[in-house]
Design a protein around this ligand. Structure first.
Ligand SMILES: Nc1nc2c(ncn2[C@@H]2O[C@H](COP(=O)(O)OP(=O)(O)OP(=O)(O)O)[C@@H](O)[C@H]2O)c(=O)[nH]1
Ligand SMILES: [Mg+2]
Length: 193
């Protein structure tokens, strides 16, 4: 897909802040620090559009990015950061579930997992939720540049075993590996709408 424009539109802390123009949305979901904002920037080839950081739990709201004036990317806060309070963890679940279950504009959810580790319990829970609710989705295994080909193969097989029944794409925001494949899937989901 040719990107002609990409701009940050707004941060939403609850339903009343969601956009109202009815354009389709693609959500990026995954644990804190897994590389959601980096994936988004890498797909759009705009380095600083979504803020990335080494401090987990940075993104606390749903951030909307308008692409080509025709669809949105939504960057959701990361889950599973150990140092946040119980209340905040609870709030994440409420906000994410509210958005995922109610948002009619949502045409695709992209769930990120770290290619170097087995999916966490929260990763598996989210994945089961997506399957159970028949949400159009696929998995992106991030940071593959940090693994040798051999290790990646093993790790990929573990992820497949753990998150069964979903397409998984190996990605690197550093090298752009997987970029074309992710765009193909996004294009398909937008067309189906
Ligand atoms: N080497 C490498 N580093 C990556 C990749 N993707 C992300 N990172 C790094 O991982 C860290 C976290 O990336 P973010 O994109 O901020 O992660 P996030 O999921 O948006 O994090 P939160 O917003 O806190 O939930 C940053 O230091 C990134 O530079 C990748 O593909 N390769
Ligand atoms: Mg982020």
């Amino acid at each position: 897909m040719k990107i002609t424009s990409a701009e940050f539109t707004k941060s939403a802390f609850n339903e009343s802040h969601w956009t109202t123009d009815g354009l389709p949305e693609i959500a990026f979901l995954g644990r804190s620090n897994v590389g959601k904002s980096s994936l988004l920037n890498s797909l759009l080839q705009r380095k600083g559009l979504a803020r990335t950081s080494n401090t987990p739990g940075r993104t606390q709201s749903i951030n909307f990015f308008l692409i080509n004036e025709s669809f949105y990317f939504t960057d959701l806060p990361g889950y599973g950061y150990a140092k946040v309070s119980k209340t905040m963890r609870h709030d994440w679940g409420v906000m994410a579930e509210e958005y995922l279950s109610q948002r009619r504009e949502l045409v695709l959810s992209i769930q990120l997992v770290d290619s170097r580790h087995d999916p966490t319990q929260l990763d598996r829970q989210l994945h089961e939720w997506l399957i159970h609710h028949h949400k159009n989705h696929f998995i992106v295994a991030t940071k593959t540049d940090k693994l040798s080909n051999n290790k990646l193969k093993k790790s990929f097989a573990e992820i497949e075993k753990s998150l069964t029944g979903s397409k998984i794409i190996a990605y690197s925001a550093l090298t752009g590996k997987g970029r074309d494949e992710v765009w193909r899937e996004i294009g398909n989901s937008l067309e189906k709408r």
